[in-house]
Design a protein around this ligand. Structure first.
Ligand code: SF4
Length: 297
């Protein structure tokens, strides 16, 4: 039995036909694709989940400094703020943002992470999953289902648009990460497949047009902190979707819009570090300090 999908609408048709969740269909696709047993596919994802948990732990200790020196210790600070009486955001949301920072700090400090969908945007999904595991007491089995649902969204974006900042700007990285996490979180919380894709559409829409403008060409600023914002967008999208709020533009059309916008974004704002935050005075000072040479000023 060949199970595959190229669009969200096809994915939803498959969930109906096979009476499965999004994660169930993605697992079936992977068993086909890898010619492997379901247990093997689940084990592979479990290993990735374990790597991400270790990355979060490493980032939380805040003892590392990034190559460019712009990142290090942010997750530790937010973790401390979690205990503050002045905190306004919910504990779970702030915790997820803290973990997202920790994972991406680990990446910026050359630690081991799981690229999901990219290294720069690798904190959003595990950040949310770790907070949900702790605060909602969700078992690993369910977390993996969230990961597979997120993967389904990632596959569709990759096939119809892009996941690369160099091709589509940061909307393709942090935007896709938020969309994936929104779908995964919604499935974990008992949302229907339609609600999962709707959450993905809501999250992705809010990142459309976001430039990729890394200071010094390093995946540090604005990358790391954008992961914390990715968390809040994904969680908000999941809340709205479960509350019955629908995206006026369906998921497949949002992905198409993202692809179109990516083509319209100047190459200066697509990972070349030749526009936006990357050409500010502070960025130029950093480049001078590190001896970074660029083809164009
Ligand atoms: S700014 Fe560019 S390098 Fe940084 S996370 Fe976004 S897409 Fe990736």
């Amino acid at each position: 039995m060949i199970i595959n999908f190229h669009t969200g609408s096809k994915l939803l048709r498959l969930t109906k036909k096979h009476k499965k969740s999004i994660s169930g269909i993605v697992i079936l696709r992977e068993t086909n694709y890898l010619d492997a047993k379901e247990s093997c596919v689940l084990n592979r994802m479990q290993k990735r989940w374990e790597v991400s948990q270790a990355a979060i732990k490493s980032g939380l200790n805040g003892k590392h400094k990034s190559v460019g020196g712009m990142v290090g210790g942010e997750a530790r600070k937010l973790n401390k703020w979690l205990k503050s009486k002045k905190r306004l955001m919910s504990k779970t949301t702030l915790k997820a943002a803290t973990y997202a920072l920790a994972n991406t700090e680990c990446n910026a400090c050359m630690g081991r992470i799981v690229s999901c969908p990219t290294a720069g945007a690798s904190g959003v999904l595990p950040g949310i999953m770790m907070a949900v595991k702790e605060d909602l007491k969700v078992k690993d089995e369910k977390i993996l289902a969230g990961y597979f649902a997120a993967a389904g969204v990632g596959i569709i974006i990759a096939e119809n648009a892009t996941l690369a900042g160099a091709q589509g700007g940061c909307q393709a990285e942090i935007g896709s990460a938020a969309a994936m996490a929104a779908a995964g979180l919604t499935e974990i919380r008992g949302g229907t497949p339609e609600q999962c894709l709707n959450a993905a559409a809501l999250a992705l829409k809010n990142f459309l047009g976001l430039a990729c403008d890394p200071v010094g060409g390093l995946v540090e600023v604005p990358c790391v902190k954008r992961n914390a914002y990715g968390v809040t967008h994904a969680m908000m999208a999941s809340e709205m979707s479960l509350a019955g709020i629908e995206s006026f533009i369906p998921f497949d059309e949002v992905v198409e819009a993202m692809s179109n916008i990516g083509k319209l974004i100047s190459p200066k704002l697509r990972e070349t570090a030749m526009g936006g935050l990357a050409v500010t005075d502070s960025a130029k000072r950093l480049e001078k300090k590190l001896g970074i040479l660029k083809g164009e000023d």
